[in-house]
Design a protein around this ligand. Structure first.
Ligand SMILES: [Zn+2]
Length: 246
């Protein structure tokens, strides 16, 4: 499950996002989260419907199982995302409140702290002191939030947005195997589903590698192989149960 909150960075090094500037980095993280959510929807629903199709050829049964899987998966993703982003937001707000208090009660210590942090990033002592003074003059809380806590006080992630985004991403992904298995005639059902799922996984593997600035080929191969394995395992299980007359 890719339940990491957008903005947490994942495999992307923070330096990479920094280089793009805050807004674009955030947008890239959202996009990556959307691709990963769609990927989850594709793999889990494909495994589910192919497994059921291994046991039965009744379209209504396959459709019911696939639809239930789509709804259960998308709501579970949304709930997980809501909880994780809410918790993150709460701890960010608490950290900001504490920072605010420290700035009010011990401004000198805070200036020294900011100087140390900037010096640790490679500025000389004098330049760090000068920079810390200027940042403090302009907006002390924002400077400490960014340099010390690594957060932007104006851009805390909204848990509802995050929940909706994962719900929609998972649903979009899950619709593909669901439609691919119920629309074609029974004889073509499995072939169409397997081919379209593997094609879609190549695409999501490619996109997430590009968005994370990672090597494309291994990402595509791993993603397609993972999906193929999931479908093979569930199909095998379904076929065994079907043959046993369960
Ligand atoms: Zn501070």
């Amino acid at each position: 499950m890719s339940d990491q909150a957008p903005g947490e960075g994942g495999t992307t090094a923070p330096d990479h996002d920094e280089a793009h500037g805050g807004a674009l980095g955030t947008r890239l993280n959202w996009l990556r989260a959307a691709v990963l959510g769609a990927n989850d929807g594709i793999v889990s629903t494909a495994g589910l419907v192919v497994g059921v199709a291994g046991a039965t050829s009744e379209r209504a049964t396959i459709l019911t199982a696939g639809l239930a899987g789509l709804l259960a998966g998308s709501m579970s993703m949304a709930a997980g995302e809501y909880v994780s982003v809410s918790t993150q937001r709460d701890s960010e707000k608490a950290a900001l409140a504490m920072e605010k208090r420290e700035l009010r009660e011990q401004p000198e210590a805070e200036l020294t702290e900011l100087t140390d942090l900037l010096a640790a990033r490679g500025l000389s002592r004098d330049v760090a002191r000068e920079a810390a003074e200027q940042l403090t003059e302009r907006d002390a809380l924002r400077a400490h939030a960014r340099v010390e806590l690594g957060i932007d006080p104006d851009e805390l992630t909204n848990p509802w947005h995050a929940a909706w985004a994962s719900f929609l991403a998972f649903t979009a992904g899950a619709l593909l195997p669901l439609l691919a298995i119920v629309l074609p005639p029974a004889a073509l059902r499995l072939g169409v589903t397997v081919l379209s799922v593997l094609g879609a996984l190549a695409l999501t593997g490619f996109s997430s590698a590009r968005l994370g600035a990672a090597a494309v080929r291994p990402a595509v191969v791993r993603n397609v192989a993972g999906g193929a394995l999931a479908m093979a395992v569930t199909y095998g299980a379904g076929a065994l149960l079907g043959a046993a007359g369960v």
